[in-house]
Design a protein around this ligand. Structure first.
Ligand code: ARG
Length: 587
């Protein structure tokens, strides 16, 4: 796990506690222990516990309970917590002082970043995500690489990192001979060419059928690949047209999904064409690649196949062609050398794990990936149908992503039409979009990115459970309280009220936003943000059940609770925004 650094004052309790305990470690056991992890965790018996005594005891060769007592004697917590209790083998249970929690909540309310820590050094993070293939349907697998990737870039930007989005689309390779020939036959301006913008899979299948159907089409397709690769101007022109039509399709999907990718982020496989030769030459000159069975191969350290034979990464096929691995090597070199990446995240399907491990190892051996640069394959699991198999239509073709999204919006529309017939048509349309798309995206994001999940619209759009509509409804509910308050002339206090147990529990949840966001940015795990927002919304419900706002007679209490509710709204909206999910004004 990467260590996050939190300079300056931070309202989150575990960060303040960490600083206090580390000072105590240094005072009690010597400065060499000043950086020991105090292992601050939420506690069943108090607010937090410090679990460091056991580890320190081992290191120092003493009894854990004695160490705990020593820590207790040196830690200065009186301004923030009640006297900690030693429990079990040496846990320290910490209950925070309510006045301190209130002060931290007030600081949070005054912070435009809502507690998101400022990184010690802003990093340049290259995020490779979405990456569909030209003239092929974006299938649900690309839905996930798109949605998870977009949430990661939004989160990193909120934290203050410089993000470089790279959409590594599949826009080069052997299928383009067949696609170009087909496009010529159906006419570049004809109705069938339009399919590239609306139903690219149908276009691809038609080309494929001709290719497999005998005749001289296959031969022409093969010749076309050769002329395209040799730089023939006419072939390149048609290819560009094909890619342009496909881009329009991608952007229709991205618009529908409220994804931040635009044309300027496109850096498809073809971008690296003129660098592939030098990649091969450099690797060969350095003795990293060698000819094996006519192909130029790298045998990266530590990879063996069956019979313990070294596993090859083919970088130039025996026919002279380059493939996916060569492109990725050129891309990694470019990202480090020219884009200045400190970290590179590849949001790509789990199936490509071996590919990336081999590419990363090769790039390190070549000196293109220094140790200071951290590459991560953010592995994306599959989307399954109700039968537990990869989601497909009945005919077995992969499901059209656009059709799926349209169905989600239409389903949300029937729900909102029933729920809020009083709202104007245009508003209901927007709400249906936010719920339908938000529901699909959130279901994807709330599952750990490397596990599979079952596509189930009913569950995705449910108003209860860990779903987008549940969180969107929580926001809409607070906003409606705000509208009523304004109508009644009630204004919120400057600082949220933190007095009773429910207010205190809600405030403690709110203070976790910053550390959660930082963890998601460090570990690329949006599902942790979802889990956090879900428990925050639950804490809000518990608070609102226990503590009336507008019905409260005491004006000061009323204003303080309203401030707490508004802070909750801000954190929920900001968190949903990091996920790329819109929060409607009302529901
Ligand atoms: N186009 C590929 C696919 O659909 C994903 C590309 C991922 N990025 C990369 N740098 N290899 O599977």
């Amino acid at each position: 796990m990467r260590r996050a650094h939190y300079p300056g004052r931070m309202p989150a309790p575990e960060i303040v506690l960490t600083q206090r305990f580390q000072s105590a470690f240094a005072a009690a056991f010597g400065p060499e222990h000043a950086e020991a992890d105090p292992i601050i965790r939420p506690s069943q018996f108090a607010d937090f516990q410090c679990n460091a005594a056991m580890g320190l005891a081992k290191r120092l060769g003493r009894k854990p309970r004695d160490i705990a007592a020593d820590i207790l004697a040196h830690v200065e917590l009186s301004d923030i917590a009640e006297e900690p209790q030693i429990a079990g083998p040496g846990f320290l249970n910490i209950r925070l002082r309510t006045d301190w929690v209130a002060a931290q909540a007030a600081e949070l309310a005054a912070d435009p970043r809502l507690g998101a820590p400022v990184p010690e050094r802003a990093e340049t993070v290259v995020v490779d995500y979405s990456a569909p293939n030209v003239a092929k349907e974006m299938h649900v697998g690309h839905l996930r690489t798109t949605v998870v990737g977009d949430s990661i870039v939004r989160t990193l930007e909120k934290l203050g990192h410089a993000v470089v989005r790279q959409n590594h689309i599949g826009d080069w390779g052997t299928p383009f001979g067949m696609l170009i020939e087909h496009l010529l036959e159906v006419g570049e301006d004809g109705p069938e060419a339009e399919l590239l913008k609306t139903d690219p899979n149908a276009f691809y299948q038609a080309a494929r059928a001709k290719f497999d159907g005998g005749g001289d089409f296959a031969e022409r397709a093969r010749r076309r690949v050769a002329t395209l690769q040799s730089g023939d101007a006419e072939s390149l022109r048609i290819w560009t047209n094909l890619v342009d039509l496909s881009k329009q399709y991608f952007h229709r999907i991205y618009d529908m999904l409220d994804v931040t990718l635009t044309d300027e982020h496109l850096a498809g496989e073809s971008t690296y064409n003129d660098q592939l030769e030098s990649v091969c030459e450099d690797l060969e000159a350095d003795g990293i690649a060698r000819i094996s069975d006519g192909a130029l191969c790298v045998f990266p350290e530590g990879f063996t196949g069956r019979d313990e034979q070294p596993l090859p990464l083919i970088i130039r096929k025996s026919d002279g062609g380059y493939g996916y691995a060569t492109t990725d090597l050129a891309a990694i070199r470019h990202r480090v050398r020219d884009l200045g990446a400190d970290r590179i995240a590849y949001v790509v399907g789990t199936a490509q794990e071996l590919h990336f491990r081999m590419v990363f190892t090769t790039a390190s051996e070549a000196g293109w990936l220094p140790e200071s640069v951290e590459p991560t394959h953010v592995k994306i699991g599959s989307v399954l149908g109700e039968d537990g198999k990869i989601l497909r239509t009945r005919s077995g073709a992969s499901l059209r992503l656009m059709a799926l999204l349209e169905e989600a919006v239409a389903t949300a529309r029937t729900v909102i039409d029933e729920l809020r017939p009083d709202l104007p048509e245009a508003e209901r349309e927007q709400i249906a979009h936010d719920i339908g798309i938000g529901g699909v995206k959130y279901a994807d994001l709330s599952t750990a990115h490397d596990s599979d999940y079952t596509f189930d619209l009913d569950r995705m759009l449910a108003l209860t459970g860990n779903t987008a509509p549940y969180l969107q409804y929580a926001v809409a509910r607070i906003r409606s309280i705000g509208r009523r308050a304004a109508a009644e002339g009630v204004t919120a206090a400057e600082a949220p009220l933190v007095a009773n147990d429910a207010e205190r529990a809600l405030a403690l949840q709110l203070l976790e936003f910053g550390p959660t966001l930082a963890a998601v940015g460090a570990e690329y795990e949006p599902h942790r943000l979802c889990a956090y927002l879900f428990s925050l919304a639950q804490a809000f419900t518990a608070f609102y059940d226990a503590s009336p706002i507008l019905k409260e007679a005491d004006a000061e209490v009323r204003a303080g609770r309203l401030a707490l509710a508004e802070l909750t709204e801000r954190v929920l909206v900001e968190g949903l925004d990091a996920l790329g999910v819109n929060a409607p004004q009302q529901m």
